[in-house]
Write a protein that binds this ligand. Structure first.
Ligand code: GTQ
Ligand code: FE2
Length: 360
């Protein structure tokens, strides 16, 4: 072995610098043939002192998005597309079908009379409704009629189909943990024969039941304590007034505003094991203090107008704009009008792995 020979001939000391460098390179080439490589040449870029992200701050303005998504309605039906969605690709991750390193985001549109056929898959999904009124998602036998600001949960492997029995197109934001599931190489998916599932519960039943401070008694309760919420639709009509009450009571976080966390009412944990979400109301004139955390987040401006400074870059948002803050980048919100922001990230997954951090 070249290295051992060098040590012997040099009385245990390495040879001259140029000599040892050449010997190292020759050695790396030899071990490469055996699919091995030295850690010491990559150590500092492999185990970094701070998070390194490939993700860039980005914003999609709803005016542009809506016009472009509406155009797709004339090109393909929901039935043919299966899901008529335009993917929001992070500008630094083009071609990777992702908005952050761990999350997929897209804008889905469903026209009056259309059906997006029933299927299920390993990735978990959420919808956040942007525009329209009265289209539905059916999840595990329950129809959720949707209005702007509603937050709808489709857990891993839950059967789901969408339909629009209203008179208006409906647009919503889809967020799925697809890149995370694919990172683990654990994707499964299947279609159902029937395009629409049979409903077995009343519309909105899960929120009426589990969002009311009572829980089923006895063994049924134990079976419910899983890693996903039993609630299908966290309606804006129920959630917004809570942030408004917090705002009026002065319960305003210096960084985040009057913010609530969407919770599993059985466990108090996040809505899904891989994704967690918040809703915040910012008073007019709010100037948030800088904050950072290891979970990159997707934000939606539900109401109002303002800006978010991300690492020296200013994102100016208005109603239904979607924007992204990469992991560990400092950001601060400012609200020019009273505003409501929805946000979603992979924080629960990071917390489960014990790697989540936050800082100023
Ligand atoms: O609505 O079921 O944006 O399965 C991507 C995959 C939406 C859906 C997406 C999906 C869906
Ligand atoms: Fe789906």
């Amino acid at each position: 072995m070249a290295v051992a020979t060098a040590r012997k001939s040099g009385n245990g000391k390495p040879g001259p610098k140029h000599n040892i460098e050449a010997m190292r390179q020759a050695y790396y080439q030899r071990i490469a043939k055996h699919h091995m490589t030295p850690l010491w040449t990559v150590m500092s870029s492999l185990i970094t002192e701070e998070p390194v992200t490939r993700c860039a701050p980005a914003i999609w303005h709803f005016n542009d998005v809506k016009a472009l998504v509406m155009e797709s309605g004339g090109l393909i039906s929901a039935e043919e597309a299966k899901r008529r969605v335009l993917i929001l690709e992070n500008p630094a991750l083009r071609g990777e079908s992702r908005v952050t390193n761990t999350l997929f985001a897209g804008i889905q549109m469903i026209l009056p009379g259309e059906v997006a056929p029933a299927h299920r898959h390993a990735p978990s999904a959420i919808r956040f409704v942007l525009d329209g009124e009265g289209a539905y998602t059916a999840v595990e036998g329950e129809k959720a009629l949707m209005s702007p600001g509603d937050f709808v949960i489709t857990a891993s492997w839950a059967p789901h189909d969408h339909g629009n029995s209203s008179k208006k197109p409906m647009l919503w934001l889809d967020v799925l943990d697809v890149p995370t599931v694919n990172f683990f190489e654990t994707s499964f998916a299947e279609d159902f024969d029937d395009p629409m599932q049979q409903t077995t519960r009343q519309n909105g039943d899960s929120l009426s039941f589990y969002g009311s401070g009572v829980l089923p008694d006895g063994t049924a309760a134990k079976n419910l304590a899983t890693n996903r919420t039993p609630i299908i639709n966290y309606t804006y009509a129920r959630t917004r007034p809570i942030t408004e009450r917090m705002l009026k009571a002065g319960e305003i976080d210096k960084c985040h505003g009057a913010r609530v966390r969407y919770a599993n009412p059985i466990t108090g944990g996040p809505v899904l094991p891989t994704m967690g979400a918040n809703l915040t109301m910012l008073p007019k004139g709010f100037r948030g203090e800088p904050y950072r955390s290891t979970d990159g987040a997707i934000f939606v401006c539900v109401e109002g107008e303002g800006t978010t400074d991300v690492d020296g870059e200013t994102l100016a948002w208005g109603q239904n704009d979607v924007f992204v803050v990469p992991p560990w980048k400092r950001y601060a919100h400012s609200a020019h009008k009273q505003s409501v922001l929805f946000s979603i990230s992979d924080r629960p997954a990071q917390e489960a792995l014990g790697i989540w951090r936050e800082g100023k």
